[in-house]
Design a protein around this ligand. Sequence first.
Ligand SMILES: O=C(O)c1ccccc1NCC(=O)[C@H](O)[C@H](O)COP(=O)(O)O
Length: 215
Amino acid sequence: MPTDIRVKICGLCRPEDVTAVADAGASYGGFVFFPKSPRNVSIAQARDLALGAPVGLAKVALVVNADDAMLDAITAEVPLDMLQLHGSESPARVAEVKARYGLPVMKAVGVGGPEDLAAIDVYAEVADQLLIDAKPPKGADLPGGNGLAFDWQLLAGRKYWSVPWMLAGGLTPHNAAEAVLRTGTRQLDVSSGVESAPGVKDAAQIAAFVAAAQA
Ligand SMILES: O=C(O)c1ccccc1NCC(=O)[C@H](O)[C@H](O)COP(=O)(O)O
C-alpha cells in the first residue's frame, strides 16, 4: 500500500529517466545545472525533459550559487515547480530568489557534524523546504551527489522543522527504509545511489528505491 513518503530522484538526464521516475511513483525529479557534474544538463535538455514529464511529477532545478542571469535563463525556458539551491547561498539570497522567481525554494544544508545543525534552523526561516545532505569532503569536485551519508544520529530528537525537509546523502535501495525509520523523515532524495555509472540512472534501482522508501 502506498505511504506518504515522498521521493526525489535527482540528476535526470534522459527522457527514459523521467519515465522511470514517474513510473516508480517518485514525487520529484531533479535537473542539475552544474558543469562539473556528470549529471549536468543544458537548459535546452532540461526543457525537453520537463516538458515530457507527466503531471504530478514536480520538476526541480538544482543550481549552485547561481546568479540572476543564470536563473533568469533557466526559469524562462524550463517549466519548473521548485528551485534547489545547493551552494553557499546566504539566507538573504534564498529570500531574494524566492521573491524574484515566485517558485518554492529548497535550500540544501550540508551536515558533517553537530556544528552544522544550527544552519538548518536558520534556513528554515527563509526556505520553503530543506534538503539535509551530507557535507561534501574537503576538495570534492561536487557539492552534492557524492554518495556519502552523514551520521543520522545527529538528527536524533530533531525530526521536525517549521518547513518540510528531505534527507539526502548516500541513500540506496538498501538503506532507504532504515533511513526513514531512523530519522523520521517523510521525504528522501537520492542521486548516485540509483545509478549504474556516474550520471547514468538505472530504472530498476529507481523502482527499488521508491518501493523500499514506501514499504
Ligand atoms: O548530483 C550532482 O551531481 C550534484 C552536483 C552539484 C550539486 C549538487 C548535486 N547533487 C545534489 C543532490 O540533490 C543529490 O541528490 C544529493 O546530494 C544526494 O546525492 P547522493 O549521495 O549521490 O544520493
